[in-house]
Design a protein around this ligand. Structure first.
Ligand code: ADP
Length: 377
C-alpha cells in the first residue's frame, strides 16, 4: 500500500504549492480545505504524516491536532504545523506527548519542507518495518511454544507407551523368579511355560522396537534425513507379501482379508519404506476396524499405481480426515487402542518423498478406505 500524506490548508493555492513540492516523495497526497474535511479523510485513510496549516477559519490546525491526538486511529500520526513566522508559537499544543510534532514557518523554503517530510516518512517506514518484524517474532514465538507443548505431550505419551511393554516384561521376569524359587528350575519351566513366556516377551520387545523406530523416523523427518533407497520392485508381489505377513494379526482382531491385485505392476520405490506404509495401514485396520472385512487392492491408473486398504470399521468423521495425517494426532474414542499417532504422519512423509500422495475416504459408520498413489517409473 502506498504511503499517504495529508495536507490541510484553507487556501487552495497553498495546497497546490505544497502538493507540487512533495510530488516526488513516492507518497499519495490527499488534501483538505478545512479541519472537518480533514477529519473525514483521517477516519477513512491511514496517513504516514499530516501537514496542518495553523491558521484556518473554523477549526484551526491546533484544534484539529488535538482531536487527532484524542482519537485512537489518528493518535500517532506525526504532525507538521505550518505557521506564519512569529505567530502561533506561544500557543501550547496539548498532545505533544502522544506523537511526533514539528513546525514549518512561512514563507516555506522548498528544501526545508522536503527534508522534514522525508525524515518523517522514513521514520514511518522504519516503524512499519519494526512492526512487521515484531509480528514475525511473535508468530515464531507462538509456533515455538506450540512445538514445545507438542514435544512435551509426545514425551509423556511416548514414555507411557514404552512403559507398558517394559512393565509387562519386568512382571513376567519377576513371576519366573518366584516360580523358580517355589518349584525349582525343572518343575517351574516346562516346555509350554517357556514357549508362552517367549511369545509374550517377544510381543513386548516388538512393541518397544516399533515405538523406538517410529520415534527415530520422526526425528529423521524433522531433520530432513529420511531418505529413500529406490530399486525396481514388483509392487504386486510386495503388496501380497505384506498382506500375508499381517494376516495373522488381522485374524486375531477378527478381520478377514481379501486381495484384489493387478498382477506384475513394476515401479521404482524404496521397498522397505513402502512395506512400512502398507503395514501401517493394515495394522490400523486391525486396530480400529476389528471384526470387519479388509480388502487390499492394487491397480494402475494412467502413470500411477494405487494401493488401497478398505475396512468396514466405524469410519472417520470428515473433520478428522486431514488431522489424522498430522503428527501425534489420534482421534478415536477408544483410548485402549495403543499408538503414538505417528504412523500416518510417517506414511505421508514416505509417500511424499516418492512424489505420491496418501488420503482417506470415509463415512462414519461405513468404514474407511486409505489409498496411496505412487508414480510408475
Ligand atoms: P496411531 O495408530 O498410533 O494412533 P496413526 O497415525 O496410524 O497412529 O493413526 C492416527 C489416528 O487415525 C488413529 O489414532 C485413529 O484415530 C485414526 N485411524 C487410523 N486408521 C484408522 C481406521 N482404519 N479406521 C478408523 N480410524 C483410523
Amino acid at each position: 500500500m502506498k504511503t499517504k500524506i495529508l495536507l490541510v490548508d484553507d487556501l487552495e493555492e497553498n495546497l497546490i504549492a505544497l502538493s507540487g513540492l512533495l510530488k516526488d516523495q513516492d507518497a499519495e497526497i490527499m488534501t483538505a480545505r478545512s479541519g472537518e474535511a480533514a477529519l473525514e479523510l483521517l477516519l477513512e485513510n491511514d496517513f504516514a504524516l499530516a501537514l496542518l496549516d495553523v491558521q484556518m477559519p473554523g477549526m484551526d490546525g491546533f484544534e484539529l491536532a488535538e482531536i487527532m491526538r484524542s482519537t485512537e486511529k489518528t493518535r500517532t500520526i506525526p504532525i507538521i504545523f505550518v505557521t506564519a513566522a512569529g505567530n502561533d508559537m506561544n500557543r501550547v499544543f496539548k498532545g505533544y506527548e502522544s506523537g511526533a510534532v514539528d513546525f514549518l514557518h512561512k514563507p516555506l523554503f522548498p528544501m526545508i519542507v522536503i527534508s522534514k517530510v522525508k525524515v518523517f516518512l522514513s521514520l514511518e517506514k522504519q516503524k512499519l518495518l519494526l512492526e512487521e518484524k515484531l509480528q514475525k517474532i511473535l508468530e515464531t514465538e507462538r509456533s515455538l511454544n506450540e512445538a514445545l507443548r507438542s514435544r512435551d505431550e509426545f514425551l509423556s505419551i511416548a514414555s507411557h507407551e514404552l512403559n507398558t511393554p517394559l512393565t509387562s516384561l519386568k512382571m513376567q521376569l519377576q513371576m519366573m523368579g518366584k516360580r523358580e524359587e517355589k518349584l525349582g528350575r525343572d518343575a517351574a519351566f516346562s516346555k509350554e511355560y517357556v514357549s508362552k513366556f517367549m511369545l509374550n516377551a517377544e510381543k513386548s520387545v516388538e512393541r518397544i522396537i516399533h515405538l523406538v523406530n517410529d520415534m527415530l523416523d520422526i526425528s529423521r523427518v524433522a531433520t530432513g534425513r529420511l531418505s529413500l533407497r529406490l530399486e525396481d520392485t514388483n509392487l504386486s508381489d510386495l503388496t501380497r507379501e505384506v498382506a500375508e505377513r499381517v494376516k495373522p494379526f488381522l485374524s486375531v482382531a477378527g478381520c478377514s482379508l481379501s486381495l484384489e491385485l493387478e498382477s506384475d505392476l513394476q515401479t521404482r520405490i524404496d521397498r522397505f519404506r513402502i512395506e512400512q506404509v502398507l503395514t501401517n495401514l493394515l495394522t490400523n485396520a486391525a486396530k480400529y476396524a476389528s471384526e470387519s472385512s479388509v480388502t487390499v487392492s492394487l491397480k494402475r491408473e494412467g502413470d500411477r499405481a494405487l494401493v488401497s486398504v478398505k475396512d468396514e470399521g466405524e469410519g472417520i468423521p470428515e473433520e478428522n480426515q486431514k488431522k489424522i495425517f498430522e503428527r501425534f494426532e489420534r482421534v478415536g474414542s477408544d483410548v485402549s487402542v495403543t499408538g503414538l499417532g505417528l504412523g500416518l504422519y510417517i506414511s505421508k512423509e514416505i509417500v511424499g518423498l516418492h512424489k505420491g500422495k496418501i488420503y482417506v475416504e470415509s463415512q462414519p459408520g461405513q468404514g474407511s478406505t486409505f489409498t496411496f498413489e505412487l508414480p510408475i517409473n
